[in-house]
Design a protein around this ligand. Structure first.
Ligand code: KG4
Ligand code: ZN
Length: 348
């Protein structure tokens, strides 16, 4: 273990079958098979379809990761797996695969929290995490602000969405605008041609009263409805919908609230480092506005490259390796797949 522990991580919480291999803080392999195309015609992830796709992809993806890393399974020091939160049936496939590997190889098993893994992945991209780090996770399934004194043991929730996740709002608005699923990248793309001040859409939970009760929470459902109403009104009037302008205006509203609350959380908790992760962190406007506002507030910003922001196995391996390196105890071999695993529980 001279260069740190060699850990294989398995991720199956949603529609990506991810297998990553990390040695210490170095990424050796990141193999991902996605079933996203199979869900496209339903306009959202279908759990049963995702579970079956994980079953089919699991062994080939493990083999691909080992080839990429140039290692044999017998070389591993530990197996890590997303134990939750996520789709129950999807999680089960990964947890069962990881348990089988751990038992067959006689190696320790680490069942880890998907959200903590989204934070830990930046270790293999930008080096050790400052302690504490403030993390904002924005994806199709979650939108959370986390205070992270120690990603292997101490993750605290400051707030989260009270309705739709940020990525979910992108996907639903994309649908209203006639763009394909998943909509985030399409909204991002067409928004570059649009005027972000064309419509002033509502900024959820930012008014005085809401800032008292939901200081670091998010709400995107009202915004989504507001965009849908605006588009319907245009269509009823027989006028063309300016898709690029609406996309840009919607995106601006989401990104404004996200960055405003993230910077406020850093300030109020005295944290100088903000990390943004999850699929929506790939958004170009989010990256730009976060950078501007962090620069103005004297906060250092870390955003992993897009491939490490979306769900992958490397993030699970990265957190597992950190746990082994810090001497954290492994999980029991009978851990369940926990679809509603609380964010404060870093390891099952
Ligand atoms: O992290 P992720 O791959 O899976 C979940 O855990 O949900 O995130 C997927 C989400 C989708 O909602 C997708 O539309 C959104 O991330 N997304 C984006 C962009 N790329 C992906 N949203 C906005 N802008 C993007 N460029
Ligand atoms: Zn995720």
């Amino acid at each position: 273990m001279t260069d740190g522990p060699l850990v294989l991580g398995v991720e199956t919480s949603c529609d990506e079958t991810g297998v990553g291999i990390v040695r210490g803080q170095r990424l050796l392999a990141d193999a991902v098979a996605s079933s996203v195309d199979e869900h496209a015609r339903f306009g959202g992830v279908v759990p049963e379809v995702a579970s079956r796709a994980h079953l089919e992809a699991m062994v080939p993806t493990i083999e691909r990761a080992c080839r990429e890393a140039g290692i044999r399974l017998a070389d591993l020091d530990a197996i890590a797996v997303t134990a939750g939160p996520g789709l129950a049936g999807a999680l089960l496939v990964g947890v069962a695969a990881a348990k089988s590997l751990a038992v067959a190889l006689g190696k320790p098993l680490y069942g880890v929290n998907h959200l903590a893994a989204h934070v830990a992945v930046d270790i293999v991209e930008h080096g050790p995490l400052p302690e504490p780090t403030l993390a904002m996770l924005v994806s199709g399934g979650h939108s959370s602000l986390l205070l992270v004194p120690d990603v292997t043991a101490d993750v605290r929730s400051l707030g989260s969405t009270i309705d739709d996740a940020a990525g979910e709002a992108f996907d639903k608005v994309a649908r209203v605008l006639g763009l394909p699923f998943p909509g985030g990248p399409h909204v991002d793309r067409v928004a570059t041609e649009g005027n972000s001040a064309f419509v002033l859409f509502p900024r959820g939970l930012t008014s005085g009263r809401d800032m008292e009760r939901h200081r670091f929470d998010f709400s995107f459902s009202g915004l989504k409805t507001s965009v849908a109403r605006w588009v319907e009104a245009r269509e009823r009037a027989g006028e063309p919908v300016p898709v690029a302008d609406v996309a840009a205006s919607f995106q601006e509203a989401v990104v404004d609230v996200l960055t405003r609350k993230a910077v406020l959380a850093c300030r109020e908790h005295g944290v100088d480092d903000l990390l943004i992760g999850g699929g929506v962190a790939a958004n170009t406007r989010l990256r730009a506005m976060a950078q501007e506002r962090c620069d103005a507030a004297g906060i250092r910003l870390r955003v992993p490259r897009p491939g490490l922001c979306t769900d992958n196995g490397a993030m699970v391996a990265a957190l597992g390796a950190e746990m082994v390196a810090r001497g954290r105890a492994p999980s029991a071999l009978d851990i369940p797949a926990d679809s509603s695993m609380p964010v404060t529980l870093v390891r099952a």
